[in-house]
Design a protein around this ligand. Sequence first.
Ligand code: FIX
Ligand code: ZN
Length: 422
Amino acid sequence: MTDSETLFSRDTLDEMRAAVHETVDRTPVTDIHTHVYAPAFGGLLLWGMDELLTYHYLIAEVIRASRIEPAAFFAQSKREQADFIWRTLFIERSPYSEACRGVLTVLDRLGLDVASRDLAAYRDYFARKSVEDYINTVFERTNLESVVMTNDPFDDAERPVWEAGAAMDKRFHAALRIDPILNDWTGACARLQGWGYNVDERLSGTALAEVRRFLTDWLQKTRALYMAVSLPQDFAYPENSARARLIDECIIPVAKEQHVPFAMMIGVKRAMNPALKLAGDGVAKSDAGAVERLCAAYPDAKFMVTMLARENQHELSIAARKFPNLFLFGCWWFLNVPSLIEEMTRMRFELLGTSVLPQHSDSRVLDQVLYKWSHSRAIIARVLADKYADLLRTGWTLKQSEIDRDVAGLLGGNFWDFLKQA
Ligand code: FIX
Ligand code: ZN
C-alpha cells in the first residue's frame, strides 16, 4: 500500500498522530509575512549571531532583566549589545522565554552544540558562511518554499533597489507596505510630492487619483502579492479621517483593480515606551467591528487580517465565518508564543475548519525562520491531530492523501488559493 492509500480510523489514533506530525514536518511552508529581504537588498538582509541576539524582542527582555538605561544599552556597538544580551539572558538566567529559546533552537537546527554555551564558536560558524550558502541552508532546514517580504517604498534604503530593477531571488515575494499613507498622511503627502505625484493634504480628487497611481506603480514595480498596513489599536471604520477616505477611495479601488488583497494588522500601540525604540511597541484591544464593516462594505474586495490582542481573536474568527472575503492569518508578534498559538489555532480550527492560515513567522533575521517554524509546526501538528482524533472517534476515516491536502493548505496553500479567488 502506498502512503496516499493509508486509511486512519478510531482504531489507529496513534498512527494517525504520528502521520500528522510527519506530514507537517515534510510539507514546505510559504511564510506570508516576514521582514527578511532578498539578497538583492544587500545589508537589509539580516542574519547571523549578533543579529539574532539583538532582535528587538530580546532587547525588551534584557532592558527589563538588567534595568540598564535604554540609552546606555543603545550606545553600545551591536557586538557589545549581543555580548550583554548573551550574558544577561542566557548565562545569568535560564533562557526559557520564547525569544531566548528561539535563539537556541536556531543553533540546534544548524547543528551547533547548544550545551557548550560557546558564543565565540557560534559567531565563528556564521563568519565562515557566505550569504548565498546560508540562505540555502536556512531554506532547506526550515523546509521553506518561499517567504513574503515587507516592502516599504518610503524606505530610503529599500526604494533604490526596486528602482534599479534588481533581479529578485524567486524564493522572496514582495508585499507592498503602505503604513505612511494610512498612518501619517501629512508626511506621506510631502514624500509623494517629492516623487512627482500631484497630491495635496486635503485629498482633492486629483490627489486621490495620484495616490491610486502611486499604489498601482508600486504594485507593478514590486509585483507585490498584497498591500499591507499595520494599524493602531484605535483604528476605526468608517470615520471622518484621511485614513478612511484613503481606504475608500484609493486602497480598495486599487486592490480590486489589481486583484490583490488588502492586509490589515491591527492593534499595535506604537511607542508605548519610546526609549526602547523598535522594542517599545505594545498592544491594546481594538474594534473588530471595523473589520466587519469593511468586509460588509466591500464584498468584492479581499481582506487579510491579523489582530494583535488576544481579546480580539474570538470575534475576529466569528467575523471570518460571516465574510468569505476575510482571510485570517498568523499569530502576530506578542501572540507568537506557544500557549497562545495553541489556543488560537485550536479555536480557529474549531470555528473555521481548514480555511485559515494559522501562522506566519514575522522573522526579522533570516535565521529566525528556523525556530519560528520549528516551534509552530509542532503546535499546528498537535492541534490538527487532536481535531482529527475527534473526527475519527465519530467513525469517520481519513486518508493520508487527505492529511497531505489539509496540511498543504494550512502551511501556505490556503493563502495562494485566496490570492487566486475572484
Ligand atoms: O508591523 C509589523 O509588521 C510588525 O510585525 C513589526 O513591525 C514588529 O516590530 C515585529 O517585528 C513583530 O514581530
Ligand atoms: Zn511584521
